[in-house]
Every structure is written in structure tokens, then in C-alpha cells.
Design a binder for this molecule. Structure first.
Ligand code: GLC
Length: 422
């Protein structure tokens, strides 16, 4: 008996030792909103259990801007606290010096993903992030309310504002005093850059800086787009929208207090959750087009990648976790459970995935044609470009300046930021 117990102890020690030779405690910085963090934690910890590693979760700030600032602090200190990072589609050029080349670990798995995303994550031949999910701005609308007021799905921003006004007036008259026509992301941060780029591009006003690096924002259509958006504040959108991020907009929407919302796909899964008061009442459409020459609907391209910090002490294990989380199997689960758009084209033909998220199939062209922020041409200076753009936009929305003056000044500020080259 004593002997058997002794053997068991030896066996346990040997097993622990075997795992211990490679066992690591890894920390992954998961996405910002509650659902993302929950899914990220669930699958990362599953992987840890299966592979004898401990995975700790660090919940990144909700705002992409605050999230980036924190990462940059960690990198400046060469901190080994974070091993796996969730990085925004506009960050590879900004963070390139701090990320591990994943090519030696990927065994070519990146070839299953959208080539444009892989290209975006590849700098100087190094694969700095594995695609995790992709994003594009969408118009969420209340099907039941369009029907109640006999309105068609709006195709232009003018039509959207008109429909929003009609529904808001009607709902308020019926007693819903806090009802709003339209909610979006109007706080001065990266999310506003995404919204405003959609307005500007949808008016044919370009993409702030073009692919060759030329500053293009000083044009009449861009000015019109910003003026149009300013006209929504305090009319169809609450003034508070000037301080909304994704989750604040979704909060109002999810309470059943808005007719239209601009948001990313994740909002679908939450709107349709079993306890959601708007379950079954939600439609998803392309964002409206502007007016005038070159007008068309435009969605900003978003999305997140998983990367490994150069300062990690467990690069191999961290890279293995990244490969697991970005695999088709996990992307499918996250898409079904959380409406995170996969980065693997083959999954867009998966019947289960499409049943959970009909818009992923119906609006495939929106995702394929999404407009990129000018992160590639502006490289390390992209955060400054984006900040200048969201500041200028926020000034117009707050009524401090009109669109024409804002884009003129913004051009000056961007030329100063660029100086000789980006
Ligand atoms: C979403 C997008 C990301 C964008 C951010 C802005 O998370 O995926 O690309 O920068 O929103 O708030």
C-alpha cells in the first residue's frame, strides 16, 4: 500500500515535471467588450487546459485608442507582462518593432485567410499578426418600427435622417420620451474616425490621405458629409452621442430606445440574445450613401489580429495559442456565438454560421469592399492622422466650426504632421 502510494506520488511528480518542462503561464490581452472578453477567455483557457499551460486574461480597455496607448506604454517599458495581444487592423505599422514574426510558427495557415488581411499584417516580409476577426460598419435598424411607420429602408443619409425623425417623433408622442432616431460612435477617439470616414467616403470625399500618401481631405464633398452629420446632433441623435463609444450606442439601442444604430457586427449577436427586448425586431443593412458626385455607401474596414509580444518569455507557447485561436474551428464558434466575422473565406459558406448570422452572407460585398483607414500610407504617423481627423470631426459635430473650415484646417494640420514624408 505504502509502496503503491509512493509510486503514485512519483508518477504525479513525473507528470507534473513533464508538463513543467514546457508549462508556461501566459497572459492574453483579450478584446474590449464583454462578449469578446468572455469568448476569448473561454477558448484560450480551453487551450491552456489541453496543453498544460496556465492562461491568464487581461481585459483591454473598451476604447481602441486607450487600448493602443496602454500597449505602447507596455512596449516602451519592454514589459513581459503580456504575451498574446489583440491588435487592431490599423496597428501593425505602429507596433511592428515590438511583435514577433509568426511565420516560423504558422506552418502556412495564413494562406487560409483573406489575402488582404494577411498582407496588412505582413511588414518587411514578417507576419506580425494572425487574422482573428474582421469588421465593417453596418446600419442596424428596427424592422418593426419601419413597418409601423410605413417607411422604406433608407438608402441615403438624408433618407435615414428623415426616417429617424419620423419614428422618433412618433415614439416620443406615444410616451417613449427617451427615444432617439440614430445612435453612433461620436466620442473623440478611433471609433469616430471610423464613422466619419464612412460619411466622407460615402459622399465621394476620399479617405483623408490617399494610397500614395497625398492629403485629400480638403474637398467640398468631405465638408458636406461632416455638415450633414452635425445636423443630426440634438435632432435625431442625443447630444450625449458626442461621448458614445460602441458600447454606449449599443446600450441605448439594446434598451429599445433607438430606431437606427451604426455599429460593428458583434452588436447583432447581442441584439438577438434570448433576453434582448429587441430580439427578432432587428435588421442589418449597408450604411447609407451620401449625395452628389461620387456618392455611394461606404463601410470602414475594421478587425482584430492576434500577435505575440517580442518581450514575451514564452514566445513558442504564445504563438501556439495564437494559431489555435485563429483556426477555422474557433473562428466558427466565435462567429456563431458572438457574430465575429471570420477571416477565413471558406467559413462564409458554412450553413450553421450563416443561419446564426444571415447578414454575413447577405452583406458579403460590404465586407469585401470596406474602406481602409489610411494606416498603410501613413505608417507610424497613423495615430496622429486619426487623432487630427477625429478632433476636426468632433469640432464640427459640437457646432464649433463648419465642415468647410474644418477640412481646410485639418489639411494644414496633416501636412504639418507629414512634413517631408510619412
Ligand atoms: C472596432 C474595429 C476596429 C476599430 C474600432 C474603433 O473594434 O474592429 O478596427 O478601430 O472598432 O472603435
Amino acid at each position: 500500500m505504502a509502496c503503491a502510494r509512493g509510486l503514485a506520488v512519483v508518477a504525479a511528480a513525473w507528470l507534473a515535471g513533464a508538463a513543467g518542462a514546457h508549462a508556461a503561464t501566459l497572459t492574453i490581452a483579450c478584446g474590449s467588450n464583454a462578449a469578446d472578453a468572455q469568448f476569448c477567455a473561454r477558448y484560450a483557457q480551453d487551450w491552456g487546459r489541453k496543453n498544460g499551460h496556465e492562461v491568464r486574461i487581461y481585459s483591454a480597455p473598451a476604447s481602441a485608442t486607450d487600448n493602443l496607448a496602454l500597449l505602447r506604454q507596455q512596449f516602451a517599458a519592454k514589459s513581459d507582462k503580456l504575451d498574446v495581444l489583440t491588435i487592431d487592423v490599423v496597428w501593425p505599422g505602429v507596433l511592428k518593432d515590438h511583435l514577433v514574426d509568426l511565420k516560423p510558427y504558422s506552418q502556412g495557415a495564413e494562406s487560409q485567410h483573406f489575402p488582404a488581411i494577411v498582407a496588412n499584417n505582413t511588414i518587411g516580409g514578417k507576419l506580425l499578426g494572425m487574422p482573428w476577426y474582421t469588421d465593417a460598419g453596418l446600419l442596424f435598424y428596427r424592422k418593426d418600427l419601419l413597418e409601423k411607420y410605413g417607411l422604406a429602408l433608407p438608402k441615403t443619409w438624408h433618407e435615414m435622417a428623415e426616417a429617424a425623425r419620423r419614428i422618433q417623433d412618433g415614439e416620443r408622442a406615444a410616451g417613449a420620451r427617451d427615444f432617439h432616431g440614430y445612435v453612433f460612435q461620436g466620442r473623440a477617439y478611433e471609433g469616430l474616425t471610423c464613422n466619419a470616414l464612412e460619411w466622407v467616403a460615402s459622399y465621394g470625399g476620399g479617405t483623408i490621405v490617399d494610397a500614395s500618401g497625398k492629403v485629400t481631405i480638403h474637398n467640398a464633398q468631405a465638408a458636406r458629409a461632416l455638415d450633414e452629420a452635425a445636423s443630426w446632433i440634438g435632432t435625431i441623435a442625443p447630444r450625449g452621442v458626442l461621448n458614445y463609444g460602441e458600447e454606449e450606442a449599443r446600450g441605448v439601442w439594446q434598451n429599445g430606445q433607438a430606431a437606427f444604430m451604426r455599429n460593428w457586427p458583434y452588436a447583432w449577436a447581442m441584439s438577438q440574445a434570448e433576453d434582448s427586448v429587441i430580439r427578432g425586431k432587428v435588421g442589418v443593412a449597408p450604411l447609407p450613401a451620401g449625395d452628389g458626385e461620387g456618392a455611394r455607401p461606404a463601410a470602414t474596414l475594421g478587425g482584430w489580429q492576434l500577435a505575440v509580444s517580442k518581450y514575451s518569455r514564452h514566445v513558442e507557447a504564445a504563438a501556439a495559442l495564437v494559431m489555435y485561436l485563429t483556426s477555422a474551428e474557433i473562428q466558427k464558434q466565435r462567429a456563431i456565438g458572438g457574430a465575429y466575422n471570420p477571416t477565413i473565406p471558406a467559413l462564409y459558406r458554412d450553413p450553421e454560421l450563416l443561419a446564426a448570422n444571415p447578414f454575413m452572407g447577405d452583406l458579403l460585398d460590404v465586407f469585401e469592399n470596406a474602406v481602409a483607414r489610411p494606416a498603410t500610407p501613413t505608417g507610424l504617423k497613423y495615430p496622429a492622422v486619426s487623432r487630427a481627423f477625429w478632433d476636426a470631426t468632433h469640432d464640427v459635430l459640437s457646432g464649433r466650426v463648419d465642415g468647410a473650415a474644418a477640412v481646410r484646417r485639418l489639411e494644414g494640420r496633416l501636412l504639418q504632421t507629414r512634413r517631408a514624408k510619412w
